[in-house]
Design a protein around this ligand. Sequence first.
Ligand code: ARG
Length: 565
Amino acid sequence: MQSALGAAFGSEYADADPVIRPSQFADFQANVALALAKQLRRSPRDAAAAIVEHLDVSDVCREVEISGPGFINLTLRDEWIADRVQDLLSDERLGTPVQERQNIPIDYSAPNVAKEMHVGHLRTTVVGDALARTLEFLGHHVIRQNHIGDWGTPFGMLIEHLLEVGEDSADAALLKSDPNAFYQAARAKFDGDEDFATRARRRVVALQSGDAETLRLWHDLIELSKIYFNRIYDRLDVTLTDDDLAGESTYNDMLGPICDELSEKGLAVVSDGALCVFLDGFTGREGKPVPLIIRKSDGGYGYATTDLATIKYRVEQLKADRIVYVIGAPQSLHLRMVYETARQAGWLGDAEPIHVQIGNVLGSDGKILRTRSGAPIRLMALLDEAVERASAVVAETRPELDEQTRAAIARDVGIGAVKYADLSIAHDTEYVFDFDRMLALNGNTGPYLQYAVARIRSIFRRGGLDPAQATGPVLVTEPAERALALRLLGFGPTVVQVGDTLEPHRLCAYLFDLAQAFTAFYEACPVLKAERDDVRASRLALTAATLSTLVKGLDLLGVRAPEQM
Ligand code: ARG
């Protein structure tokens, strides 16, 4: 297509985007003629004709046709499709290219010490992890950065409370199981006990000045919280480990120099006693400029200064090409101001900071998800409930299985359902958390795809066959075979697209479409009972390719595919 563009219109057009899209009337349509017509001062149909005249795709396409105002419809040769699927069967990457390696720090999850993770954290954790897995698969150097909230004024009261209850007490153990309860207890003392509040404030100062005993207690708090985080990550199959922790406190030494540098560069000025950055285009009500506060009037640093430090660190130390922040959509203004400040300070270089905005998870009342009593939902309880509900389903569908097997399936289905629900919806849109919908066996859900995988595995089991041995040769004749084969070729391009756009829901949509194409194929084309041996071998190969694609796709999303369901 590129060389035809060059030949038709001159070499300056050889790099033009051919604008190839799936088509209703053929396999693909190239819309480049419409895109270029004006520039070329030709009618789109005329431009299309000039392209087609120079287009030599006879080995790939069986038909090239101009339609409508100037679409070029392309219909692939069945043999060409079959050959490409044949290639997939021996390709571990399933047609996914290895991209030029970039360093990509991904900031995700980021729960707060001594606080319960909530569903919002769940979503950034799940989306961030899917992006990390996908970008790694594409060949990039992904550096996971878990920016936990491990610093700030609440730590005075938390440390003081830990000291009072004792580090080995049952109260302290709450940090591992129900951190909110620990937090609330500390908070209640702080609000109700003047003496305690005074001690807590003194403790903040001691912490900031590096007092050894205070630091030791602080460390204990972090260690206990880590146990809680890791329990959640483990339950969720999230790839974060202790090595990925890079909490707010790790940037402490950078904060002073950052303020100095921004002042020297004339970017930060004192306003009402606080050191602030004012940026063009960031105004609030009545056109009043919104400040990015980098040092409060009491001398303390805040969230914004720390995030400026994350940029500096990730560009200078981690040599980032892209810096991905998977963070709640409400923090968009904060991040835009941080990025712009970093840019003006000259810290960004060629690195591109990107905010992957995470939309809110709502309850059925359309408000942020909470329990009936109004308290934030405990994430672990939520995951337990998902697994419990899944096990009720499995008990009904597979009563013949032993309890242990059923429990393992329920675990994969319950957790998979919750994760997939987070992933299948565009990451920046809100959605209503609904167990019934996410656990449904039909529709674009985790269990639907897991079931599709299990069903394919059972085809091979029934035939006493190993999918790895199903190597074709692939033949494409029936329309349903052709449709499935075409879908299989879409895996690599879809993964590339997810890496470019940082939108895992595109992979979900692809897998759902593939699973549906498989169902249609399986209904129309007998596999084990195919009449001819060569047809059977080909259909088994298509089935095996579908299996590896679904399993690999789910793996990139971080969703397990149980052996049976
Ligand atoms: N700990 C924060 C919260 O719970 C999220 C931090 C996100 N990461 C960042 N670099 N700001 O809301």
